[in-house]
Design a protein around this ligand. Structure first.
Ligand code: DLZ
Length: 158
């Protein structure tokens, strides 16, 4: 295993299984919609690139990242989905609110992964400012939405 993984970057975009028979649910937060919209675009484009048909990509929005937990839990009840992806962007402000939301969402999604029957992929950007989010939503560090799509396909095959 160690040898097989030796030359990979963080994300191996080359050995992604065929996703033409897969079905995904995506929950997206409306807060920081310029960022979450870009994450969604990358995610959908990457799922389709690997064969998923548009009819099998089901997108629902929630107001903020904290609601991603409930949204993902509801989607996990859908027998037809192979994986659920959450996409959100929390940007640090002047109060500790940032930490509470980040921790709440992280713990909530971790709990779903431990209790539900399908994987829930964690696409939450937690950044210190808006530019760091832009850099990770189609900017100089790529698009976390693409990475979530690849992760969802690989985990659906797990
Ligand atoms: C309240 C809030 C704040 C301050 N910041 C963000 C943010 O940066 N990103 C985000 O997705 N949501 C934020 N929210 C909204 C909360 O996630 C949530 O929607 C509300 O607290 C209502 O439960």
């Amino acid at each position: 295993m160690a040898t097989a993984l030796h030359n990979l970057s963080n994300y191996d975009f080359d050995s992604v299984p065929d996703a033409s028979n897969m079905c995904f649910g995506i929950v997206v937060a409306e807060w920081n919609h310029d960022i979450t919209g870009a994450l969604l675009e990358g995610c959908v484009k990457t799922l389709e690139k690997h064969g998923t048909i548009p009819e099998n990509i089901h997108v629902k929005t929630v107001p903020g990242s904290f609601e991603l937990i409930y949204g993902a839990q509801q989607m996990c009840k859908n027998d037809g989905f192979d994986a659920v992806i959450i996409l959100g962007s929390v940007i640090q402000g002047e109060t500790p609110h940032f930490s509470y939301i980040c921790q709440g969402v992280t713990n909530g999604i971790a709990r779903l992964n431990a209790t539900q029957n399908i994987p829930v992929i964690y696409g939450l950007l937690t950044t210190l400012d808006h530019q760091q989010a832009v850099d990770r939503a189609g900017g100089k560090y790529g698009n976390k939405g693409d990475e979530c799509a690849v992760t969802a396909i690989k985990m659906a095959k797990f």
